[in-house]
Design a protein. Sequence first.
Length: 227
Amino acid sequence: MALDQFPPDLVPVRTADGSHTLDSRALKEHYHSLHGAAAESRHVYIANGLLATGRQELRILEIGLGTGLNVLLTWIECGRRGWKADYVALEPFPLPERLWSALGHPAALGALGRQNGYDAMMRARAGEQILPGDGFTFRWERGLVQHIRYVEELDLVYYDAFSPAVQPDMWTKAVFDGLCRAMRSGARLVTYCAKGSVRRAMMEAGLEVQQLPGAPGKRQMTGVQRQ
Ligand SMILES: C[S@@+](CC[C@H](N)C(=O)[O-])C[C@H]1O[C@@H](n2cnc3c(N)ncnc32)[C@H](O)[C@@H]1O
């Protein structure tokens, strides 16, 4: 099944670290690794993304808001460190509340104090600015990565698309050309994906590719630097 509509059969599933994700039988895909959704997000996007930028004030673009796990972890981490982030997420298929709320991300992360802020971000209308606290700003746009028009504005990109097997059009040189244009010099992009053809597309777009150790259960992930 190609992804031209909201996955019709999403169900919550528990992953190895006790956090939950969504599974679609029709797509043969889940939103996070079954080896640990929270562990994967922390490793790929926080440890190798946010913390590797060396910046305490940054503009972040996430490709695929999904269940909001990455934005919640980023808000928590920036809050702890006193960092300022302006976070924009793209999402063509926003999830209904019954699905994201069933996952219990704030409780799984031991961050029930952030439940209201998480709910506010996930309930926001497209384009609505949310200030959940700690100087963090968030909005999501009903956009496709293929149509982004930023020019040298981003410090960090979380590339959390469905896999190349499910959405090959998300992993092309043309998409990475657009992201490369959108990133400032020295900006960083991270993704769980370590496929050779994806890395070649990134390199052809002029990005400097690093092979990094993967999240639990995965050998490698990819980090990318804009020259
Ligand atoms: C792996 S999930 C993201 C998980 C999410 N980051 C989280 O923390 O829960 C991939 C997401 O990309 C979204 N997506 C699909 N096509 C897209 C496109 N063309 N541009 C941006 N996002 C897209 C999907 O709807 C889905 O929510």
